[in-house]
Design a protein around this ligand. Structure first.
Ligand code: ZN
Length: 248
């Protein structure tokens, strides 16, 4: 191996080898395939039926998949180069379509102490599946809110949602209101939801909620003759007619 060496190596001597050199390098070329995703694109479409500031995804975007084939060269097991041979689309991406609202918001207004307070947009109808008002605001009863029911019965258990985003300030029992919730929406505005189904609270005091978020179910707790949602709107602590806020 080392013909020039003149020293005799004796048993027990230590040899220091400074670096190892392979005399034969092994080059291998392999065909390899892998998949890559094809990113989907998004298209915005104006929609005059949606309120400004809201958007809705009508087609969900899905990435496509393509198969890439490469010739890969390895030397002594280390990848040193690659050359793309083919690229085949296995599935096309589905492009996302987003509807952008352009409809002008109906702004609810409340007047309190000479100060006009706007909600900055329409309230969400506070009950899902209950669309009728069985008793309006004010009148001979001096009704502090509106009573919402499902026409023809079956109100019990329907979902009550937050009319607007805000913070839950009350979630408790009252002999008249039964199990009721109050949400503070800021700007002096708050809403109250009464006679809910016992045990149906989905929120707790201090919790932030968004508009349309389920908070409880319609029931008949408290002083009632039948199941309904009693809904009140307060402006700076004073009851006001909820109807303008609901766009009705
Ligand atoms: Zn009522």
């Amino acid at each position: 191996l080392n013909p020039g060496i003149s020293e005799t190596i004796l048993s027990g001597d230590k040899l220091l080898i400074s670096s190892e050199v392979n005399y034969v390098r092994v080059q291998v070329t392999k065909t390899e395939t892998h998949t890559e995703s094809i990113a989907y694109t998004s298209t915005n479409v104006n929609n005059a039926n949606l309120y400004t500031g809201t958007k809705k995804v009508t087609t969900k975007g899905v990435n496509g998949v393509q198969q890439v084939t490469e010739l890969v060269t390895y030397i002594d097991g280390t990848r040193v180069s690659s050359k793309e041979v083919s690229r085949v689309t296995l599935s096309e991406p589905v492009n996302e379509v987003i509807q952008i609202g352009t409809k002008a918001p109906v702004t609810g207004k409340g007047v309190s102490g000479g100060k006009v307070i706007t909600t900055g947009g329409r309230f969400v109808w506070p009950a899902i599946g209950a669309s009728s008002i069985s008793s309006g605001y004010g009148g001979a009863r001096r009704h502090g809110g509106i009573d919402i029911v499902k026409p023809g019965g079956g109100s019990t258990g329907l979902t009550i949602v937050a009319a607007a985003s805000g913070t839950v300030t009350t979630a408790t029992y009252h002999p008249s209101w039964g199990y009721y919730i109050v949400i503070n929406h800021g700007n002096g505005l708050s809403t109250l939801y009464a006679h809910t189904l016992p045990g149906s609270f989905k929120v707790r005091v201090g919790q932030k909620v968004s508009a349309g978020q389920p908070i409880a179910k319609i029931g008949s707790s408290g002083n009632v003759t039948g199941p309904h949602l009693h809904f009140e709107v307060y402006v700076n602590g004073r009851r006001t007619n909820p109807m303008p806020y609901l766009g009705r």
